[in-house]
Design a protein around this ligand. Structure first.
Ligand SMILES: Cc1ncc(COP(=O)(O)O)c(C=O)c1O
Length: 385
């Protein structure tokens, strides 16, 4: 498939073909796992295809990075050993000590911990602001703000950030807009096309999709940003190995069909939870009463597979519901084919307990998988009763 053909093709065609041409020697249709740390040179400096050492580049990673760029409609994609490694590399590549970043006031706990307990010690200050409140973000911007960093939908409260409007606010302030697109996945939302400068993913989630690999990604359009990230990816070295790249790339091929089933099932689960006597509130951007519904409907293809709800009987009842579920596996993470249930306050978001990012104690988060929807609903019914 030619480069030109690929650029014009649809999402699922790009997911399956972008980044790799069948191997010229064998015709292998899937990128081989190049388990090699180094490469024979044809004379000193005579690199074959630019490969020199596998921290700098590895063909299995190159294929994945090409696919990531194509899915986000970016110019350059980068793969990392984890989502947090990707985030750390962005911050070191694109900010300096003394700079300031506006961060979500309900970010993934590990992201906030990176800003608050790691980056701050090295001189990068942050101000949390509600990503759904444009005035709050505008008010948090100050001289020296280098970045506005958002997730949308956020983890775990599923707030929605208006990417186009935030890009304007960031750019007026001379700052970059970074969007963590983990919850939506590139199938549902493409932030670069809406004006964002940098997209970051925990590919551990929907992009990989099978809960069998930890990884991260960064995609950009601007070639200066790409150059800075390229330098830091190699200089910092938090790169994934070839087997991890292979698994992530294999997951990408089915992203579109998986996401449609995640969305179908999430909508059915939301319908079941809405009005359930043990559920005080269902949080899902697809619901018309969700404050971010209109923005989500504009910038997302569908509303995703993540659903949160507040238990009517408080914290202990929320914890007990998580423990009683059987088809929904009690566990951290999200975005895999299997459904997961968790209590953010005591699990994924324990690192923000006692801070302004603390989440409600009666909150339960569901990552709705692609099993038979009736089984998921029967399981929740049992767990709630
Ligand atoms: C929205 C979001 N961003 C980033 C991360 C961090 O990614 P990783 O766990 O792959 O380091 C996570 C992890 O849960 C996440 O949910």
């Amino acid at each position: 498939m030619s480069q030109e053909h690929r650029q014009k093709s649809g999402f699922d065609t790009r997911a399956i073909h972008a980044g790799y041409e069948p191997d010229p020697t064998t015709g292998a249709v899937i990128p081989p796992i190049y388990a090699t740390s180094t490469y024979k040179q044809d004379g000193v400096g005579g690199l074959r295809g630019g490969y020199e050492y596998s921290r700098s580049a590895n063909p299995t990673r190159t294929a994945l990075e090409g696919a990531l760029a194509a899915l986000e409609e970016g110019e350059k994609g980068f793969a990392f050993a984890s989502g947090l490694a990707a985030e750390d590399t962005i911050l070191r590549a694109l900010t300096s000590p003394g700079d300031h970043v506006v961060v979500p006031d309900d970010a993934y706990g590990g992201t906030f911990r990176l800003f608050e307990r790691v980056q701050k010690r090295w001189g990068l200050d942050n101000t949390p602001a509600a990503v759904s409140d444009l005035d709050a973000v505008r008010a948090a911007v100050r001289p020296g703000t280098r970045m506005v960093w958002v997730e949308t939908p956020t983890n775990p409260l599923l707030n929605i950030a208006d990417i186009e409007a935030l890009a304007s606010i960031a750019h007026e302030a001379g700052a970059l807009l970074v969007v963590d697109n983990t919850f939506a996945s590139p199938y549902l939302q493409q932030p670069l096309s809406l004006g964002a400068d940098v997209v970051v993913h925990s590919t551990t989630k929907y992009v990989g999709g099978h809960s069998d690999v930890v990884g991260g990604a960064v995609v950009v359009r601007d070639l200066d940003l790409a150059e800075a990230i390229t330098f830091h990816q190699n200089a910092m070295g938090s790169v994934p190995g070839p087997f991890d790249c292979f698994l992530t790339h294999r997951g990408i091929k089915t992203l579109g069909v998986r996401m449609d089933r995640h969305c179908d099932n999430a909508e059915k689960v939301v319908e079941f939870l809405t009005g359930h006597p043990k559920v005080a509130q269902v949080i899902f951007p697809g619901l018309p009463e969700h404050p971010g519904h209109a923005v989500a409907a504009r910038q997302m293809k569908r509303f995703g597979g993540m659903v949160s709800f507040r238990h009517a009987d408080g914290e202990q009842a929320a914890v007990d519901t998580c423990a009683r579920a059987e088809v929904f596996t009690l566990g951290e993470s999200l975005g895999g084919v299997e459904s997961l249930i968790e209590h953010p306050g005591r699990m994924t978001h324990m690192s923000v307990a006692g801070t302004e990012l603390e989440v409600p104690a009666d909150l339960v988060r569901l990552s709705v998988g692609i099993e038979t929807a009736e089984d998921l609903i029967a399981d929740l019914d049992r767990a709630l009763s």
